[in-house]
Design a protein around this ligand. Structure first.
Ligand SMILES: [Zn+2]
Length: 104
């Protein structure tokens, strides 16, 4: 009985975590080069990155630039951006709203 109960609450926790993730996901990424909306993008694995809420990457259909979107504590985001720069070269970091509009 106790085991079934534990399994139920674990599933509920996983579901709640997935719902939180889904709520964070923007509808589009704003291209850091040309500002076009990138609607086809992947979520990056940020498990184990404390303070990182979510990270996404997509390729702009307009200009082909790779754009990353990072959400989390500013210090962690800055450290993760530095890591990405080492992996991919210089990044154009920008800010965007949840619906893929660039913000200054
Ligand atoms: Zn672009």
């Amino acid at each position: 009985m106790g085991q079934a109960k534990n399994r139920g609450s674990r599933e509920q926790r996983i579901q709640a975590a997935q719902e939180r993730k889904a709520a964070l996901r923007p509808t589009a990424l704003a291209c850091n080069d040309c500002g076009a909306a990138i609607t086809d993008f992947d979520e990056l694995d940020t498990r184990g990155l404390r303070g990182m809420e979510a990270a996404y990457a997509g390729i702009c259909p307009g200009c082909g630039a790779v754009t990353h979107a990072l959400k989390g504590d500013p210090e962690v985001v800055a450290a993760f951006a530095e890591f990405l720069e080492q992996e991919h070269g210089e990044l154009n970091m920008g800010a965007q709203s949840k619906d893929g509009q660039r913000v200054a």
